[in-house]
Design a protein around this ligand. Structure first.
Ligand SMILES: Cc1cc2nc3c(=O)[nH]c(=O)nc-3n(C[C@H](O)[C@H](O)[C@H](O)COP(=O)(O)O)c2cc1C
Length: 423
């Protein structure tokens, strides 16, 4: 079967993985309401294309934390890549380097940070950090990542305890029995300890602790898992450099908003003072475009990367990334959003023209409340499709529950387009 979209990889990955590994990757918390909604929420948003613009040159490049990437698409941190492919995170790092995008490496990587860096020395990498109860270990690990060339510290804040993942409980999944988490011990201990215990995440982390992390590293600190304006404002107050709007792919607190629905609230609260990114439910180039139009600087992918890895290792990930980049390029071209200039000031200027049009995007929370649902359909492989370059305007999109306000829109387009494929 030819693999032409991310859902094709999803279907094929399922065939390559054991049931317990598939369930671990695919699953959400509790009723998986948020997991499903991450995908469905993108389908409630409609694009507003503009035509008769010169689209002969479209440039997907952007920057995050001052570093250039080939497209506003990156790899979210996910643990245990050796479950999907023997080379694990080393393959992931090579694919990210080849694609020219950022790879956020998880604390729960199954390869050491040193091996990951050696596999792809030229790649842009951030280090995702689960705060451990042992401060000394935290310091050691962060400073090690910094000396290895990781360019940002991503602190995940939405895991004071692990979400209730029913599949993993039923499958009696015990990752620490067969996986090495070498990074959680000092080099000396790593050599002498064949199988390491996964340390519990420190549930006592709070806002005031951030200054200690800022004192031990020069790396910009990014908080992953922020969903509300209150926390976004606190993040700015505590001088962090970025926020990843995320609900952990629906694996933590079930019933929270889809990431794309929480984005506007966070973007509005930070008032442009720090960069805001998004993960959760990105499956097509259109999804990327929508997230960027709503204010994200870059999006990150979790599960689709693991699908690519499970299917064909590093080449599978590269294919997933290339498909998404190509789709994003097409989405930009078809909506009339080129980024002709290479410098950011020029790009910004290019989009000012769009700001002259009226802003039709309503609050997404309202759309979520009024939209009919078909969650089973939304969860089928094929259920999600995944741009935004840095300054895409919000008036690029609208949501279907508000289309009646728009005299120029045809109501027929308001119907949700659920995927026809199953899998
Ligand atoms: C199998 C798996 C493992 C994950 N491991 C981590 C992790 O170690 N650290 C972390 O901050 N987030 C982790 N996440 C959450 C992802 O970083 C990301 O928020 C989520 O997958 C995005 O949703 P998506 O899968 O729909 O793209 C994990 C997600 C999955 C599916």
């Amino acid at each position: 079967m030819s693999l032409v979209c991310l859902e094709d990889f999803q279907a094929q990955a399922r065939e390559h993985l054991s049931k317990s590994s598939w369930d671990f990757i695919d699953g959400g918390a509790d009723d998986s309401f948020t997991l499903d909604d991450n995908i469905a929420a993108f389908k409630r948003i409609r694009l507003r294309p503009r035509f008769l613009k010169d689209m002969s040159e479209v440039d997907t490049r952007t920057t995050i934390q001052g570093k250039e990437i080939s497209a506003p698409i990156g790899i979210a941190p996910t643990g245990f890549h050796c479950l999907a492919w023997p080379d694990g995170e080393m393959s992931t790092a090579r694919a990210a380097q080849a694609a020219g995008i950022c790879y956020i490496t998880s604390t729960y990587a199954s390869c050491t940070l040193e091996d990951i860096v050696t596999a792809a020395p030229g790649g842009l990498r951030w280090f995702q950090f689960y705060v451990q109860p042992d401060r000394q270990l935290n310091k050691q690990l962060i400073q090690r990542a910094e000396s290895l060339g990781f360019k940002a510290l991503v602190i995940t804040v939405d895991v004071p305890t692990v979400g209730n993942r029913r599949h993993d409980i039923r499958n009696k999944l015990d990752l620490k029995r067969n996986l090495l988490l070498k990074d959680l011990r000092s080099p000396k201990e790593r050599d002498s300890t064949p199988h390491l215990q996964m340390s519990p995440i420190n549930p006592s982390l709070c806002w005031n602790d951030l200054s200690w992390y800022q004192s031990i590293t020069q790396l910009p600190i990014i908080l992953k898992g922020i969903l509300t304006k209150e926390d976004a404002e606190l993040a700015v107050k505590h001088n962090v450099h970025g926020i990843i709007v995320s609900n952990h792919g629906g694996r933590q607190l079930d019933g929270v908003a889809a990431s794309i629905d929480a984005l506007t609230e966070v973007v509005t609260a930070v008032k442009g003072k720090i960069e805001v990114y998004l993960d959760g439910g990105i499956r097509t180039g259109n999804d990327v475009l929508k997230a960027l139009a709503l204010g994200a600087k870059c999006v990150f992918l979790g599960r689709p990367i693991l699908w690519g890895l499970a299917c064909k290792g590093e080449h599978g990930i590269l294919e997933v990334l290339n498909i998404l980049k190509k789709e994003f390029h097409t989405s930009m071209t078809l909506t009339g959003r080129s980024l002709p200039a290479r410098s950011h000031s020029c790009r910004h200027h290019a989009f000012r023209e769009d700001e002259l049009t009226s802003r039709v995007h309503p609050p997404l929370a309202g759309a979520a409340a009024t939209e009919p649902r078909n969650l089973d359909s939304a969860r089928r492989p094929g259920g999600s499709r995944g741009l935004r370059a840095p300054e895409l305007p919000r008036n690029l999109i609208t949501t279907c529950s508000h289309l009646h306000r728009l005299p120029f829109q045809n109501a027929r387009h308001c119907q949700r387009q659920l995927p026809s494929s199953t899998g």
